[in-house]
Design a protein around this ligand. Structure first.
Ligand code: ADP
Length: 164
């Protein structure tokens, strides 16, 4: 059976932790669709288009990994794509509370939807998008935690803002 999983997220920015989930995800599912969320009310560092472009540079289109975006409810996007599998990563107990609530809410909205959690590998457990932004803003290097292109673009974005 062709199993397609949606891996939704803000990816602001995309990190090695996200990459690890995708690389492990394609070993379980035939296709992982990385779905970048467009948040109308949440201010992001990178625009939707920038986030999609960065991920597409790292994962050029293939039958295993596709990069897309969505606006509105995840369940509506899942129905549109024609799959009922959502892949999410889990790092900490605090992730669990939020993820649990989201999974139950999505299940209420779309009873066929199954959220599958992949536990982080310990090498990535401390990596979060907000921590990375803080490191770069304070002049540090996050090169062990993010792809080079992300570090470069983040530096341009965050340090230019500081100078302005
Ligand atoms: P969102 O705003 O939807 O939480 P994120 O971009 O922060 O989006 O994360 C997308 C998914 O990736 C979430 O399920 C999150 O728990 C998971 N994730 C983020 N960082 C890591 C990591 N270092 N290891 C494993 N999973 C992670």
């Amino acid at each position: 059976m062709n199993k397609v999983a949606i891996y939704p997220g803000s990816f602001d920015p995309f990190t090695n932790g996200h990459i690890n989930i995708i690389e492990r995800g394609v070993k379980v599912f035939n296709t992982v669709i990385v779905a970048v969320a467009h948040h109308v009310s949440k201010k992001t560092t990178f625009t939707l288009q920038e986030r999609v472009e960065i991920i597409r540079e790292i994962f050029p289109n293939s039958s295993e990994v596709k990069v897309d975006y969505f606006e509105g409810l995840l369940v509506d996007y899942a129905r549109k794509i024609g799959t009922n599998i959502v892949l999410r990563g889990m790092r900490t107990v605090s992730d669990f509370e939020y993820e649990f609530q989201m999974a139950l809410a999505n299940k209420t909205l779309y009873s066929e939807l199954e959220t599958v959690f992949m536990v982080t590998e310990s090498a990535y457990s401390h990596i979060s998008s907000s921590l990375i932004k803080e490191i770069i803003t304070l002049g540090g290097s996050a090169k062990e935690m993010i792809p080079e292109i992300v570090e470069q673009k983040l530096r341009e974005k965050l340090l230019k803002k500081q100078e302005a």
